[in-house]
Design a protein around this ligand. Sequence first.
Ligand SMILES: Cc1ncc(COP(=O)(O)O)c(C=O)c1O
Length: 399
Amino acid sequence: MPQRNASARRGLYRGAGRTIYLDNAATSFPKPQVVTEAMQDAVLRIGASPGRGGHRLALEAGRTVFGCRAAVARLLMAGQPDRVAFTKNATEAINAALFGVLRPGDHVVTTDIEHNALWRPLRLLADRGVELTVVAAEEDGTVDPDRFCRAIREGTRLVALTHASNVLGALVDVRPIAQAAHRAGALVLVDAAQTLGEQPVDVEAMEIDLLAAPGHKGLLGPQGTGVLYVGPRVQAIEPLITGGTGSRSEEAEQPDVLPDRLESGTLNLPGIAGLGAALRYLDDTGEDLRSRTARRTAELVDGLSQIAGVRILGPRENARRAALVAFTLGEADSEDVAAALDRQGIACRGGLHCAPQAHRKAGTIATGAVRLSPGPFTSEQDVQEALAAVAAVAREVAP
Ligand SMILES: Cc1ncc(COP(=O)(O)O)c(C=O)c1O
C-alpha cells in the first residue's frame, strides 16, 4: 500500500485510522521534510545566537537569519531584506505595526470582517484615543473599494485590513484602496495571514506599507514564526518591546535602524532556519503547489454545494477565494459537526475562528461554521473522503 506508507511517513495516521488534515488555515501541516531538517541542523549543529558574538557559529546563525530575511523580501518583491522583521506569529506582527505607527487622535479605516488579531488591538487603541471608521464588507466578505475609499479622508493615518477573511475567504483588492490611502497621506497595513505563500503578493505593486503574515501557514514554516514588512513610506515606527539587539549596545535608546528596532532579544533561530528552508522549497515548487491547493479548494466548493443542507460562506467564484471553505449544516452547531467529522478522521475547525465579526456578517454567529482548508499536500482522494464524511454527517444532523 504505497500511498498508506507515504502518508504514514508524513505522520498523518492516527491509530488504525487515517487522519485527513483540512485545517491549513490555522496552521499548515504537514511541513516539507526540509523544514524539519533545517530546524534540526540549527539546534544540533549551529546552536549559537544570531547577531550576538563574532565566533564562527554565531556568524553562521546570523547568515541563516539573513538568508531567510532575504527570501521573505524576495517573495514580497520588497527590495530591502532589512525591512523584514521576524515576529512569533501574524498577531505579533499586526500589533507591532498598529502600536508602532498609531497615536491618540489618529484616524484609522478598517472593515467589519477582521480577525481578532487586528480587531482587538484596534479596539484597544480606540479606547486610548485612536478614531476608528469601520467600513461594512459585503455578506460574502468582498470589500467594495469605492465604499472603503469614501471613508478615507485628509488626516487618515492608516488603513488596516485583511487580504482575505479567514472565515469568508474572499480576496480583497488591496491596490485601489492603497492608492486612495496614499493620496490622503495614509499608510496601508495588510493582514496577509490567509494569503502569503498561496496568493501572489507584491508589496510595491500593491502599494502595501506594512504587511503582517505568519510563517506557519501558507509559507509552510514552523509555528513560532511570523514576519512584519515595513515599507519606505513608514518613516517612524515605535518598537513594541525594547531591549538588547546586539547592535549599538553603548546607547540607552533602541536603535532606529531596521530590523533591529523591531527585534529585541534572541531570535528564534530554529524556527527561522525552518522558515528559510520552507521558502526555498516554495521557490522551487511554488506555482505547482499553489495550483494544487486551488484545485482542492475548487473541488471542496463544488462537492459541498451538492450536499443537501450545506450553506457555503464566501464568494461564489473560486478565483476570488483563498484556500478555505466555511459552511453550515442547517442549524447544527458547527463544533458538533467538526467533532463528528473528527470522529471520521477529518481534522477541521468549527466555531468562530477568532473572527466573530465575519460570522455576524454571514449570519452564523449562533452556530459558527465548519471550515475546511486544504494545503499543498491535500490529495484529491482526501477531498473526496472529506466530502463523503460531510454528506454522512449531513444526513444525520440536517436530513
Ligand atoms: C486573517 C488572520 N489574521 C491573523 C491571524 C493570526 O495569525 P497567528 O496565529 O499567526 O497570529 C489569523 C490566524 O488564523 C488569520 O486567519
